[in-house]
Write a protein that binds this ligand. Sequence first.
Ligand code: FES
Length: 281
Amino acid sequence: MYKILKAETLADKTYLMDVHAPRVASHCQPGQFIIVKMDDKGERVPLTICDYDRENGTITIVFQAIGASTTRMAELKAGDSFRDFVGPLGQPSEFISEDIEELKNKKILYVAGGVGAAPVYPQVKWLHERGIDADVIVGSKTKDLLILEKELEVVAGNLYITTDDGSYGRSGMVTSVIEDLVQNEGKHYDVCVAIGPMIMMKFVCLLTKKLNLHTIVSMNPIMVDGTGMCGACRLQVGDEVKFACVDGPEFDGHLVDFDQAMARSRMYKTEEGREILRLQE
Ligand code: FES
């Protein structure tokens, strides 16, 4: 059993938990994810790692209550436990394997949409701890839904907040902030990392392709086993078929077929759609 040490509400339907999982905490890296299961009958829920504390053996997860399982998860309190907490899964962020001295010469822009701020945070923190301060854009529908602003402020070079309704920070989509920074404010970036809803990552990639800015995305398709066996998280990346759970979750955003990924995610929402996908696999 994996004990929840802290459970708090970050925003409407958005929750943060610190979970005691020493084995995962001992060797996880930014960019990786875990799969949690509440009990024997519970659905397996994949969640990216938002933070980790190797000394105390804890993993921080952030999730939105959007389906039956995550709504039940949101009711858990400090002292409750998860039945399973499997990980770390997937590959660490591309930057983890790069030479630090080379990385120091790169200007990096992170773009987070909604709860995408959670997986962005450990990457920016990891870079900051090594003397590299990346710029970060966080987009949120409204001020009330914005998460991890204070934490990101500490580790980001420059933090740009934008809200769809203009209730806080700049107004509009993250793509208009990228355009502003690059085209109007003359900023130069060597690489962009975009994490958030697929539709946001798709539009960021359409723009960065035009700007000739290499872009990494973290894909969050439906996952079932998380081990590359079931095919649920299959993606088309360039002319290759990839599995987000073992090959990713990060990929070259300019090669990902977002329309196909979004269509597959929609199909997984109905039993009929799941059957069609099962037959195709
Ligand atoms: Fe089953 Fe990736 S979740 S192959």
